[in-house]
Each structure stands twice: as C-alpha cells, then as structure tokens.
Design a protein around this ligand. Structure first.
Ligand SMILES: C=C(OP(=O)(O)O)C(=O)O
Ligand SMILES: [Mg+2]
Length: 560
C-alpha cells in the first residue's frame, strides 16, 4: 500500500488499473544509418502505413468530429510528398527515424508559415511524426493510450486538447504529476466529471497495471489498496451514484431561500447534460475555449452561431457570457502574442480586449444578435477587471452594442477591495475565485509546486468575497460565484454566508452542492462563514467550518 497526495478535483472516487501516458520522444539523433537506404525506406513506409491505418481505425471507432480529424491525419501520414521527402533524406544516409522527423518538421514549418487554417494543422503533423517514430523504435505511441479496457490515466500533465478528447467510458480516473487545482486541465476534468487528482508529484512512482484508488475528495491516490480500502472505495462509488440519482430541485437553503445553481460551460455541447443535472442557467460561459486553437479572431457570424446554439438550449434561463479572457493560462495569439515575463500580470482579460477593441466590439455585436434571436436572459461580463474605470468602460460599450445587463468578474484583489465603487459602475459582479485566489495568495494557478497556497478556503480570500457580498447587498446588486470554490459543497455554504446570491460550477458538482445547501439555514451559513473568516489559514478555516457544521447538525439532532 502506498499513498500519494495531490489536489483532488471534485468529490468522486475511482478504482482501476494504472496506464501511464507515454512521454514525448526525444529528437532522433542525426547519425548515419548502418542499413542501406532501400531497407530504411521499407521501414519508414511500413511504419507510416501502420500509423495511417491506426489513425483511420480510431477515427472510425470515435465517429463525429474526431472521425474527420483522425481521417485527415491518416491521409497526411501517407501523403506522397511526405514519402518523397523521406526517400530523399534516406538517400543521404539518414536513419528512417531521423528522415521521418526531418520530413515532418519541414512540412510543419511550411504550414506554420502559411498561417490560418493550415497553420493549425501543424500540431497534427507533430503527432503523426511522434507516432511513426515510436512505431519505428517499437515504443508505445505518445499521447493518451488506448489499452482497450477501462483504466486510470497517469500522466505528467495533459494538454487541454488531450483532456477534451478523453474517452470517458475508458478513463475511470486521472492522476497528473503537474498542474494546480485551477489549471485548465483541472477545469476540463471537472467539466467532464473525471475523477482526478492533480499535482501528485509522487505519481511518477506508479507503474502500468498497479491497482489504484483515486480519492478526489481526500486528494489521495492509494496504490495496491488493502481489501478494506477497496471495499470502502466501492461503497463510496455506490453512495455517490445514489446521490447523483436524487431528484433535481432548484438550489435553496434549508428554509427555502433560493440560491440559484448555475453551471460553468466552455461550449454549447455541455448544455443538455447540464440541464439534465438541474442547471438553472449558465453562470459562466467561457468563450475563449471556442477559439483556443484559432490563430485569427473568429468571425461575427461564427460567434453568433455558437452563442445562438447555447442560448437556445437555455431558453427562459439566465446565461452569463464572459467576453474573451485571453492571456496567461488561456493564450490567444490574435489578442496578445507578445512575450511577457509575467503573463498572469500582463495584458490579459479586459486589458487585452481594450487593446484590440474591434475584437471586443465584434464579440458583443455577435452576442447581442444571438440574444435578440433567442429567449434566454443574457448577461455579459468582463474578465480581469482591476479598476472602476474598466468596469465603466465595459458596461458602456456593452450597452452601446445592445446588451441589457453588463457586469464584471471580481478576480483581482483591487476589484474586491473597492467592490462598492466597481458595482456602482455596472449591473452585477461574479467572483472568479480561481484568479482571486491566485492574486490574493500570489501563487500561480498553473504551478503544482505552490498548489498548497491556491486554496480558496484561505481567510484572506474569504474576506475579499465577504467585502464584495456586503457591497452587493448594500447596492441591491447580484454577486455570483463562478470560480471552482463554488463546487466545494461546504465552501459553497460559506460563500452564501458571505453574501453570494448564486453559485456557478461544473455540472458534475451540482448534486453535491444542492444537497449541502439544503442542510443549512441562512443563519447557519453566516455562522459557518464567521468561523472560517476568523481562522488563521486555509486548513484551519475549513476545519472551523466543519466544526461549526457538526455543531449545527448535533444541536438539530437533540432538538428533534
Ligand atoms: C472563473 C474564473 O475564470 P477562469 O478560471 O476561466 O480564469 C476564475 O478565475 O475563477
Ligand atoms: Mg479567471
């Protein structure tokens, strides 16, 4: 038995055999081959066609959009001009591995030079090149493995594209060595309800085939568990399944005070599942995920189409759309391609949009058009606001372009500290606890090494949330929470006690948070908030809230 600690994502538990993600291959050494070019040519062509067949096969199995992508990749692997280039390189005495590497690299540079749609295919070529070289070297193909049975994926880290493509029938759980709790890998894992532990530095010790229990609620990975641990994990899996099957009701405290439960979405695709789980609307639509792999600004028409699809799905419900949040962990080259030493403190969010106002205007125009054509209640908000002047600027522009309700995200300590003035300049605030924690604690949300500091339970963060809540109550303006903190069932109650009027989270967290809110009255929530606020640190705040919660439950048990 071995226990590995990390940051758990969500409350789930998974049990299964480990399959490790193969590391990226090193560049093949440029040394003369000891085979003749004909023999090397046979090796290269053989591996190219095996990889092409594999990709086509995977495409056929996957269906949908993945099928088109994989089939296009399969064709690239057997492109005659690539094979010609490889043959030419082999004639100079290179090995098949090196020739494949160089031919794909040259083709890749050509595509990058063309830019636009062609440029975007460069990463696909890298992937093929890696696969062919792996086949030549008889090594496992890099990327997400496909062992043909359900497994727990262990990886150094996962690209957002890899996370987005995971086959959830096969991947029971995810353990990454790197990554913080609010990295986008973690956010996507949460959105897809993958049981995950990230920032598990010692996960490098896990080997293929080891049975592990991934306990996200405890932030633990247990390898070769005891029979008792296994039985306990399986019982918890069954318990959670029962909770997920409980009836979906609107979010409310024990006395019936409504706390609307909204969802964070990155694309319209998640709408059906979110509604099934009881989403009362969308509290954060992250528009940048639609455009992360584009290197030009999306057209107004394309955007309008995306937004219309989303708004239609949520007809009659509130949908809060965030304008593009580029920079730092969400790079968008068309908004800011400049190198920055500290991108989290750089030209990002509303700052980048102001710098390229035409992109912001186009986005608001597309959104207003989608709003006019549908029946959802659309609110729009700006990310990374740090000044009252930015709030005023955004609100005025949004209204000028036809939006009815415009607000800001409170993600910087400055916006929280003068929330009364920020809120006076717009219609609502939505607290992004991921960035607010990053900036309050001065701890990069992408860095596993400082993950222990990225804890929204920290009383410094909670105090800022309380300040925003108080300003909202004073001005009669809504204060939502859309950072991952809202997905923690007990912290959600604390946030309501601090003045949050709605909570937005990944759909997979709705059932846990709904059940938790229903256990406490508004006064209870305030008591939990007071207990957490008075603590010394994050861990103490959590323990204080847990103690206050137990007391409330105990006093209720004696009263009844
Ligand atoms: C919700 C937030 O925005 P994102 O995670 O997309 O930066 C946040 O910062 O809490
Ligand atoms: Mg943010």
């Amino acid at each position: 038995m071995m226990e590995i600690t990390g940051t758990g994502i969500g409350q789930g538990v998974a049990v299964g055999p480990v399959v490790r993600m193969a590391e990226r291959l090193p560049e093949p050494v440029d040394r003369p081959s000891h085979l003749d070019p004909e023999r090397e040519g046979e090796r290269a062509r053989g591996s190219l066609s095996v990889v092409a067949a594999e990709l086509a096969n995977r495409g056929a199995k996957a269906g949908g959009a993945a099928k088109d992508v994989l089939e296009a990749q399969a064709m690239m692997a057997e492109d005659p001009s690539i094979i010609d280039e490889v043959t030419k390189l082999l004639a100079t005495g290179k090995t098949a591995e090196r020739a494949v590497y160089e031919a794909f690299a040259a083709y890749r540079d050509l595509l990058v030079g063309m830019g636009g749609y062609m440029g975007e295919r460069a990463a696909d070529l890298d992937d093929i090149s890696q696969r062919v070289i792996a086949h030549l070297l008889k090594l496992p193909a890099p990327g997400v493995p496909n062992p043909g049975h359900p497994f727990v994926l262990v990886a150094r880290d996962l690209a957002p594209a890899d996370t987005a493509m995971l086959d959830l029938d096969q991947v029971l759980g995810l353990v990454t060595v790197g990554g913080g709790p609010t990295s986008h890998t973690a956010i996507l894992a949460r959105e897809k309800a993958i049981v995950a532990v990230v920032g598990a530095a010692d996960a490098t010790a896990l080997a293929d085939g080891d049975t592990v229990v991934v306990d996200a609620a405890a932030g633990l990975v247990v390898s070769t568990p005891t029979p008792e641990q296994l039985a306990d994990a399986n019982a918890r899996i069954a318990e959670r399944a029962a909770l997920q099957a409980a009836p979906v009701t609107p979010g409310a405290l024990a006395d019936g005070t409504p706390v609307p439960l909204l969802v964070n979405l990155g694309s319209a695709e998640g709408a059906v599942e979110a509604l099934r789980l009881g989403a009362e609307g969308v509290g954060l639509f992250r528009t940048e995920f639609l455009f992360l792999d584009h290197n030009t600004a999306p057209s107004v028409r394309d955007q309008q189409e995306h937004y219309t699809k989303l708004l239609r799905a949520f007809a009659g419900k509130k949908v809060v759309v965030r304008v593009l949040d580029a920079g730092a962990d969400k790079p968008l080259s068309f908004l800011n391609a400049a190198h920055e030493e500290n991108p989290a403190l750089g030209l990002r969010g509303i700052r980048a949009l102001r710098h390229s106002e035409v992109i912001l205007r186009e986005q608001l125009t597309a959104l207003a058009a989608a709003d006019a054509a549908t029946d959802a209640e659309v609110w729009v908000m700006a990310p990374m606001v740090a000044t009252v002047e930015e709030a005023r600027y955004f609100s005025a522009l949004a209204k000028e372009l036809g939006m009815r309700v415009a607000g800001v995200m409170v993600e910087t300590p400055s916006a929280a500290l003068i929330a009364d003035r920020v809120l006076a300049a717009c219609d609502f605030a939505s607290i992004g606890t991921n960035d607010l924690t990053q900036y309050t604690m001065a701890a990069d949300r992408l860095l596993g090494t400082v993950a222990n500091l990225q804890d929204p339970w920290h009383p410094a963060v909670l105090r800022l949330v309380g300040d925003v809540g108080a300003a909202g109550a004073e001005l009669g303006k809504p204060v939502g929470i859309c950072g991952e903190a809202a997905a923690d069932p007990l912290l959600a109650v604390v946030l309501v006690g601090l003045g949050a009027t709605s909570l937005s989270m990944s759909p997979s967290a709705l059932a846990d948070v709904r059940a938790s809110l229903a256990r406490y009255s508004p006064d209870d929530a305030k008591a939990l908030a007071r207990a957490a606020l008075a603590a010394e640190g994050a861990a103490e705040a959590k323990r204080a809230a847990e103690a206050a919660a137990s007391e409330i439950t105990a006093s209720r048990a004696t009263a009844s």
